[in-house]
Design a protein around this ligand. Structure first.
Ligand code: DSN
Length: 411
């Protein structure tokens, strides 16, 4: 960052501190990851100087011959990686990608179904404060109150009753496998489009450890920066029969010029995800999540659904008190663990003061940590949860975490 240091010491100072933070804490936010140096270089490259409205070899500006080739590579790799008939690599992130899918298939006011935010869905799956809930008519489905699992019978019942135009499957805080085939069947039964939002788990799907819904699902979207370990961005995959609708909805429907620097980063990440090492990486993410889950449960910490099938865990803090999520997240941050407060299904408290914690293993696994480290970390977390006011304990654990981070450097 030598040029930044010279041009803008103030911004450089904060960037440097952020680098140090990323190196010295255990980043357990399940939607984050640490990208490779190659992806970082692509994102900071001269590709960001170019406008490229349109699609490869059909642009509205001159000078796109190299950008065309890069975007074509990204498209071909995305199709190969997920076995997709069509790929659009231009969405700027997950929410714009979902907005484009809405635009492709729904008129304002039309009905769609998505997982309730409080039960693990995303804002764009129908939250009242989001465009999805404001412009369209959102019907939510939840999880079963007892098992905290998706109840496909109930989802089908709602779909038959409501006849939505679009059904979204997918998660931001659901630690279990999703039966995407079942969703597709329900969507076909009510003549709806099925959109699978695989943002959190696309790296696990690319690595072959979770089932790939792309071959049988109408439309699949993902962000590229979570388990997939690419740059910030979005990706839409669909059946060829929907290709034109999707492409028109992304550009000119939703967006202008794509961010070509990030497109190059996506292409690099897709190549990485095709390597045998990525399969091992994604297997290890799940092994680590399971090891962390059993340690926490052995320590008396309650997990939503009593475990995990993927990269994320949702701790239910209600046995310690209602609405404790933020307080515990702050105590963990003071100890060197970064995760986020999150609602748990049927939370008695508000989304701003929720009763749960959401955490995951993608970054720790990128750093090379394995089950042994998860056991250590799980015990430290349990100790902090139980004695969150003890400055002494938090100080001791902060020191141990600094040492652990030094043993597993990434940047
Ligand atoms: N903010 C992302 C997450 O943390 O899951 C979803 O957009």
């Amino acid at each position: 960052m030598e040029s930044i240091k010279e041009a803008d010491p103030e911004v450089f100072g904060y960037m440097n501190q952020e680098l140090e933070r990323q190196k010295s804490v255990l980043n357990m936010i399940p939607s984050e990851n640490y990208v490779s140096p190659a992806v970082l270089e692509a994102c900071g490259s001269v590709l960001m100087n170019k406008y490229s409205e349109g699609y490869p070899f059909k642009r509205y500006y001159q000078g796109n011959e190299h950008v065309d080739n890069i975007e074509k590579i990204a498209i071909d790799r995305a199709k190969k990686l997920f076995g997709a008939e069509h790929a659009n690599v231009q969405p700027l992130s997950g929410s714009p990608a979902n907005a484009a899918v809405f635009l492709a298939f729904l008129k304002p006011g039309e009905k769609f179904m998505g997982l309730d935010l409080a039960c693990g869905g995303h804002l764009t799956h129908g939250s009242k404060v989001n465009f999805s809930g404001k412009i369209y008519q959102a019907v939510s489905y939840g999880v079963d109150k007892e098992t905290e699992l998706l109840d496909y019978g109930k989802i089908r019942e709602i779909a038959l009753r409501e006849k939505p135009r679009l059904i979204i499957s997918g998660l931001t805080a659901y630690p279990r496998n999703i039966d995407f085939k079942r969703f597709q069947k329900i969507a076909e039964e009510v003549d709806a489009i099925h959109l699978a939002d695989i943002s959190h788990i696309s790296g696990l799907i690319a690595g072959g450890v979770l089932e790939n819904p792309v071959p049988y699902t109408d439309v699949v979207m993902t962000t590229t920066h979570k388990t997939l370990r690419g740059p910030r961005g979005g990706l839409i995959l669909c059946k060829e029969k929907y290709a034109k609708d999707i492409d028109r909805a992304v550009f000119p429907g939703m967006q202008g010029g794509p961010h070509n620097n990030n497109t190059a980063g996506k292409a690099i990440a897709f190549k990485d995800a095709m390597q045998p090492e990525f399969k091992e990486y994604s297997q290890q993410i799940i092994k680590n999540a399971k090891a962390l889950a059993s340690t926490l449960m052995d320590e008396g910490i309650k997990l939503v659904t009593n475990g995990t099938d993927n990269h994320l865990l949702l701790i239910d803090l209600r046995p310690f008190g209602i609405g404790l999520g933020r307080e515990v997240a702050v105590a963990l941050e003071e100890s060197g663990i970064c995760c986020n407060a999150n609602s748990v299904p049927y939370d008695e408290s508000t989304p701003f003061k929720p009763s749960g914690l959401r955490l995951g293993t993608p970054v720790l696994t990128t750093r090379g940590m394995k089950e042994k480290e998860m056991e250590e970390i799980g015990k430290w977390m349990a100790d902090v949860i139980k004695a969150r006011e003890s400055k002494e304990l938090k100080g001791i654990i902060r020191g141990k975490i600094r040492n652990l981070c030094e043993r597993f450097p990434y940047y």
